[in-house]
Design a protein. Structure first.
Lengths: 117, 113
């Protein structure tokens, strides 16, 4: 079974430029998450989708960050305009409810490392 | 306000011995706890989880213990192997993991030969 795919793996941009990241979740996973991991910290949730609807975007800086999940499969996360403090690894994860366990386990992609100069 | 805390930034253990990684949480709504392992330039890999209805879960060399009254969980790795050298993240979620995860800052485990 293929895992969560993300692209690009690395991106370097100047501040005030825009950037977009793409994620393809594990097939059949209804829930998709975007996390931001700053160096030395644990991942922090930015947004959670259930199918193509937003469940939680309370920690998404909506003045510059946006995300969408059209057709309930792939997702894109955009930053416009980027700031120096946006330098981080952006992780995508997907999950599905385990029928036996009744719990959700999230599986992560390799991440996109963003450097803002 | 850090709701999940891993107070040891790093831990060095000799190969073959037991590795014990600790995690504390403050949010009483958390009912599902997970450990992830992360190698450089890779995403976190799911290792093991435990629901709040249990106090122990075992999977091969990995065992997670949950002490709800102390709001503390630990990951035991026995025996430790060189390939276990990685950063380990503790994560927690309410509603059985249906919400986003709250992560600790991680513990860098180094297995020495």
């Amino acid at each position: 079974e293929a895992g969560v795919a993300q692209s690009p793996r690395y991106k370097i941009i100047e501040k005030r430029q825009s950037v977009a990241f793409w994620c393809n979740p594990i097939s059949g996973h209804a829930t998709l998450y975007w996390y931001q991991q700053i160096l030395g910290q644990g991942p922090k949730l930015l947004i959670q989708f259930q199918n193509n609807g937003v469940v939680d975007d309370s920690q998404l800086p909506k003045d510059r960050f946006s995300a969408e999940r059209l057709k309930g499969v792939d997702s894109t996360l955009k930053i416009q305009p980027a700031k120096l403090e946006d330098s981080a690894v952006y992780l995508c994860a997907s999950s599905t409810l385990g029928k036996a366990s009744g719990t959700d386990t999230q599986y992560f992609g390799p991440g996109t490392r963003l450097t803002v100069l | 306000d850090q709701q999940v805390k891993q107070n040891s930034p790093s831990l060095s253990v000799q190969e073959g011995r037991i590795s014990i990684l600790n995690c504390d949480y403050t949010n009483s709504m958390f009912d599902y706890f997970l450990w992830y392992k992360k190698y450089p330039a890779e995403g976190p890999t799911f290792l093991i989880s435990i629901s709040s209805i249990k106090d122990k879960n075992e999977d091969g060399r990995f065992t997670v213990f949950l002490n709800k009254s102390a709001k503390h969980l630990s990951l035991h790795i026995v025996p430790s192997q060189p390939g276990d050298s990685a950063v380990y993240f503790c994560a927690a979620s309410p509603r059985g993991g249906a919400d986003g995860l709250t992560f600790g800052k991680g513990t860098h485990l180094i297995i020495q030969p």
